[in-house]
Design a protein around this ligand. Sequence first.
Ligand SMILES: [Zn+2]
Ligand SMILES: [Zn+2]
Length: 316
Amino acid sequence: MNKKLKKQNNNHIAEITFWGVRGSIPSPGASTAYFGGNTSCISIKYKDRYIILDAGSGIRIFGNHLIKENKISGNKVDLFISHTHWDHIQGLPFFATAFIKGNTIRILGPKLFGTPFEKVISNQMEHSYFPIRLKNLSADIKFCELAIGRYENLIDDITVETILNNHPVIDMGYKFIFPNNKILCYISDFEYYSDFYYQSLKKSNKPALEKIGRKVLSDLRIQFLNFIENCDVLIIDSVYAKEEYPKKIGWGHSVFEDIFEVATKAKVKHLCFFHHEPNSTDEHLKNIEKQYNTLNKKIKLIQKITVAREGLTINI
Ligand SMILES: [Zn+2]
Ligand SMILES: [Zn+2]
């Protein structure tokens, strides 16, 4: 590698910060204080703008942070919503930046069947649920529906790719390719296509469908592996231990073991377990981090394994 290229690769281009790492429901309390109890929200500071991944309750903390930093007006925000389950949109009505004139917020998310994406998002601010309408917020708010594919001109000089996540609603995974060729993948929520998952599908299917099922499953695995292959940072739904999973098949979440295995195959550099179960205590999550780092030490295929926690920053 020549010196110039090496220098370029060592330069950080974006700063990724976690504001909410939980799934399903906020879970504050003494037993979750270290990793945090807010639901999904991540910010990526890139040049003069912010890319936000999901609007769980963590987005409230991010909005307060901007105000504390005196970034009150003039903010450019691209908010990518993976899907419209409650824990990924519930923070939006409490995002201070949206209440301030002079801020520009673009909300991007999957094109849904039937009801437009904008309508599903704004429905949570109907008068039965919330006192203020989305249309009454002072920031300039626009919506953008995305399909599965590759976008070259969506944000500045970043290439964005999308993939459909296996989850019981239309749910999108995102890949951001930065101009220094660093890659971030965000996959939440997602149930991995494991053998066990396949077996349980098979039981509920007619035997004639079995052959088709295995081919589809193998294609989906390849497609997923290709999507995350060689990425620098993979932030991914990892919720259950293998023993818990049989009771939760089809709920749309993955097993730690499966994610570790696929990330290893895909040569991911930094694996970040995300979307923690609300009842997972700090002690449990610290053990998970220790367990997978010990396992990884033997094979050394992944450079770093982290359990996401509020306030953690990763440079890319
Ligand atoms: Zn979720
Ligand atoms: Zn979900």
